[in-house]
Design a binder for this molecule. Structure first.
Ligand SMILES: [Zn+2]
Length: 236
């Protein structure tokens, strides 16, 4: 597509590109009508998606935010949340407990720290996600690591180093006992009510019909076997 046509499509959605057209599938740095420079792809913009994360997201990219680490029997999971922490109660319903939260000045800070931790896990240490996509109800499986390979205190220590390196102040750190004590229950794709129903069923069901009891027979799905998965970028 000629650049002039591409620019016209961006303009329709309030975007003014600040660099030459890179192709419809590539991030194209553009100033949104709100004044912020964002990097949507023309392909997404044409479908009305991903136009400006500051204006069209529940997540406060330019306001106070929280980076959190939650844990279950098998895994730890990192994520970003808005300060009301509604995200964490969602996770609690599925069996996760909070290990720590770190207040930061903006959602951008939280997101950048999260990505830096994921890059440390995946690229530097070669640690794979602990769960497969169908094992977690939300899109968060790719932000997990196995307890055997990563614990909350270690992530927090690395986070302090990354905060210094990236110039991102960690404003307030709050740890719970799960920062050092591994939870006894496993997260799963069921809500609390379904889990209770399944647990009543399994008391009468033959043991062999349950999924792997490799992990001390505690209810919940076992972690996946390692293989590399794509890294999610959406707000979790
Ligand atoms: Zn905007």
């Amino acid at each position: 597509m000629p650049e002039v046509d591409a620019r016209a499509m961006m303009a329709k959605k309030g975007l003014d590109p600040v660099e030459p057209y890179p192709g419809s599938g590539r991030p194209w740095a553009s100033r949104h009508v709100c004044g912020r420079v964002v990097t949507p792809t023309l392909g997404n913009v044409a479908q009305g998606k991903g136009i400006c994360r500051y204006c069209f997201s529940d997540f406060p990219y330019d306001g106070p935010a929280v980076l959190y680490l939650i844990a279950d029997l098998h895994a730890v999971k990192i994520g970003c949340a808005s300060p009301n922490l509604r995200r964490l109660s969602d996770h609690r319903r599925f069996g996760w407990v909070t290990a720590w939260t770190v207040d930061v000045a903006t959602g951008d800070d939280a997101y950048n720290l999260e990505q830096a931790i994921l890059s440390w896990w995946r690229d530097e240490l070669g640690i794979e996600p602990a769960y497969e996509s169908d094992q977690l109800p939300q899109t968060g499986y790719s932000e997990t690591a196995r307890w055997d390979e990563m614990d909350p205190r270690r992530v927090l220590t690395k986070l302090r180093q990354l905060g210094d390196k990236l110039g991102i102040p960690l404003l307030h750190i709050k740890e719970t006992e799960s920062a050092t004590k591994r939870p006894l229950t496993a997260a799963d794709a069921l809500g609390a009510r379904a889990r209770a129903a399944q647990s009543r069923l399994s008391e009468t069901a033959p043991r062999a019909s349950r999924r792997s009891a490799r992990h001390s027979g505690v209810q919940g799905q076992p972690p996946r076997s390692p293989h590399r998965a794509g890294r999610g970028v959406e707000y979790r």
